[in-house]
Design a protein around this ligand. Structure first.
Ligand code: NDP
Length: 443
C-alpha cells in the first residue's frame, strides 16, 4: 500500500522546483491520508496522484510596449488543474513573484476550494510576471490586451473562467474582458469579477473579505464565542484585507492594523469605518498605506508585520503566501489571548506556524475554506450570466452567508472529532471526499 512518505517523495521528485506546491500538497496529504486508509480503493486508483498533476499547464510570451516605446517581454501562465466538478475556475495574478511553481500551488489549492463550495467549479490559476504598480493605466491596458491575445484561446464560459487576484482588480478585469470581447469572444460568462454595469454581480469585490468574517463568526459561535469586542490584526491593505476589516468592524470587532509589503499601519484603539474608507480612496488615487497612515490616525512602522502587535485575539492574514512564519506565530501566541487565525490569503501561514497554532489549541481556518467566498460568488456571477438576469445585492449576500455556513459545517463533519474542530483537516477531507467520490462515480 502506498505510504504518505513515498507519495510525497514522488511528488518532490516530479516537481523539484516548486516548493510552494510541495508545501500545499503535503498539508493536504497529511489531512486526507486517514481517509485513504479507510477507503483503500482510492489509494489503488491513485486519486491523490491524479489531483496533484494538472490537466495542463500553459506558459506563453507576453510582448508589450511601455509609454516610452520600450518593448517588454513578460511570461504569462494558465494552469488548468482539474475540471472534474465544472469549468476550470481561478484568478489571475499579476506580480513579479509569479512563476510556474506559484501558479501550480494556487491551482492545486483552488481545486479543493472549488470542491468545498459545493458549486460546479473546477480549479485553475493564471497570471503573469508583470507588476501593474507604478505603471500608467495605458500601459496596464496594453499589457492586458497582449496577455489576452494568447489567453483567449484557452478560456470560455464552459471551459475556463478566470477572475482577479493579486494585482488584478476591477480595472484589470475590465481591460482583460474588453480585450477578450474585441478579439471576438462575446460571452459575458468568460470572466468573473466584472463591474455590475457590464455583467458583474453585486458584492463580488467584497465577497472574499466578507465571506472570511462570516466564517470567523460561524466558527466562533460553534465554540460558544463571539467576534464582538475582539482585537483583530489584519495584514494586507488590498481587496481581501480591506473588506475583511470592514465586515469585522460591522460585527463589532476592534481592527488594529492593516499592512503592505513596506510595513504596518497600527491603530492601538481600533480603526474606524470612515478611516478605512479614506485608506481605500487614497489607494485608488495611487497613494501607498505609508503615505496615508498619519492622516487616518495610524502610526506606520516600516518593515514590521502585524503579528508583533500586543494582545491580539484574532489574526487575519490577508496579504500573500507564507507571510506568517514560526516566529510570528510565537509572537502572536505570547500574550496567551490568541483565539483564532483565519486565512484570507492563500497559504499565508508556513507549516511551522500552522503547527504552532494547532499545538496551542487555537482555531485555524485554512484559506481554502475561509477565503472561498470569492470563488463562490464568482460561481453566482456565472449563474447570473447564464440566466441573463441580474441578481440583487441582498440575494448575493444571503447566498454568500449560506455558502460559508455550508463550508463550515462540512469542515465540522470531517474534522470535528474533538471539542476544538480541526478545520484544516476537515476542509481537506471534505473537499477530497467530493473529488474522490465524483472521480469514482464517473469511472
Ligand atoms: P491585492 O493585490 O488587492 O492586495 C494584496 C495586498 O497584500 C497589498 O496590500 C500588498 O501590498 C500586500 N502584500 C503583498 N505582498 C506582501 C508581503 N510580502 N507582505 C505584506 N503585505 C504584502 O490582492 P487581494 O487582496 O486580492 O489578494 C490577497 C490574498 O488573498 C492573495 O493570497 C490572494 O490569492 C487571496 N485571495 C484573493 C481573492 C480575491 O477575491 N481577490 C480570493 C481568494 C483568495 P503591496 O501593495 O505593498 O504589495
Amino acid at each position: 500500500m502506498q505510504t504518505i512518505e513515498n507519495f510525497l517523495r514522488d511528488v518532490e521528485r516530479r516537481n523539484p522546483h516548486a516548493p510552494h506546491l510541495l508545501q500545499a500538497v503535503e498539508e493536504v496529504a497529511r489531512g486526507v491520508w486517514p481517509l485513504l486508509h479507510a477507503n483503500p480503493q482510492w489509494l489503488d486508483a491513485g486519486i491523490m496522484e491524479r489531483l496533484v498533476e494538472p490537466d495542463r499547464s500553459i506558459s506563453f510570451r507576453v510582448r508589450w510596449r511601455d509609454d516610452a516605446g520600450q518593448v517588454h517581454v513578460d511570461r504569462g501562465y494558465r494552469v488548468q488543474q482539474n475540471r472534474l466538478l465544472g469549468p476550470y475556475k481561478g484568478g489571475l495574478r499579476f506580480a513579479d513573484h509569479v512563476d510556474e511553481g506559484v501558479m501550480r500551488f494556487l491551482a492545486f489549492e483552488q481545486t479543493f476550494k472549488g470542491a468545498l463550495t459545493g458549486l460546479p467549479l473546477g480549479g485553475a490559476k493564471g497570471g503573469a510576471t508583470f507588476d501593474p504598480r507604478g505603471r500608467s493605466a495605458e500601459e496596464v491596458r496594453r499589457f492586458c490586451y497582449a496577455f489576452m491575445t494568447e489567453l483567449r484561446h484557452h478560456i470560455g464560459p464552459d471551459k475556463d473562467v478566470p477572475a482577479g487576484d493579486i494585482g488584478v482588480g476591477e480595472r484589470e478585469v475590465g481591460f482583460l474582458y474588453g480585450a477578450y470581447r474585441e478579439l471576438g469572444g462575446l460571452a459575458a460568462g468568460a470572466m468573473t469579477g466584472k463591474a455590475v454595469a457590464w455583467g458583474g454581480i453585486p458584492l463580488r469585490t467584497e465577497a472574499t473579505g466578507y465571506g472570511l468574517i462570516y466564517m470567523v463568526c460561524t466558527a466562533l459561535a460553534h465554540h460558544d464565542r463571539a467576534l464582538e469586542g475582539l482585537r483583530c490584526a489584519v495584514s494586507g491593505a488590498g481587496n481581501v484585507a480591506r473588506h475583511a476589516a470592514a465586515k469585522a468592524l460591522e460585527m463589532g470587532a476592534r481592527v488594529v492594523s492593516l499592512s503592505n509589503s513596506q510595513g504596518v499601519a497600527h491603530w492601538p484603539d481600533g480603526l474606524r469605518a470612515e478611516q478605512l474608507e479614506q485608506v481605500a480612496d487614497a489607494q485608488s488615487n495611487g497613494a501607498r498605506l505609508s503615505d496615508v497612515a498619519s492622516k487616518v490616525g495610524a502610526s506606520f512602522e516600516a518593515s514590521a508585520k502585524p503579528w508583533d502587535l500586543p494582545d491580539i485575539d484574532v489574526a487575519l492574514p490577508c496579504a500573500t503566501q507564507n507571510e506568517l512564519g514560526a516566529n510570528d506565530a510565537k509572537a502572536l501566541l505570547a500574550s496567551g489571548r490568541l483565539q483564532l487565525v483565519a486565512e484570507g490569503a492563500n497559504m499565508p501561514c508556513t507549516s511551522d506556524a500552522t503547527q504552532a497554532f494547532v499545538d496551542a489549541g487555537v482555531l485555524l481556518l485554512p484559506g481554502k475554506a475561509a477565503n472561498a467566498g470569492g470563488v463562490a460568488t464568482s460561481g453566482l456571477e456565472m449563474s447570473q450570466n447564464a440566466q441573463r438576469k441580474p441578481w440583487t445585492r441582498d440575494t448575493v449576500d444571503e447566498e454568500l452567508k449560506a455558502c460559508m455556513r455550508r463550508i463550515h459545517d462540512r469542515c465540522v463533519e470531517f474534522g470535528g472529532e474533538s471539542s476544538t474542530v480541526d478545520y484544516a483537516a476537515g476542509a481537506n477531507r471534505a473537499a477530497f471526499h467530493r473529488l474522490a467520490t465524483t472521480m469514482e462515480a464517473l469511472g
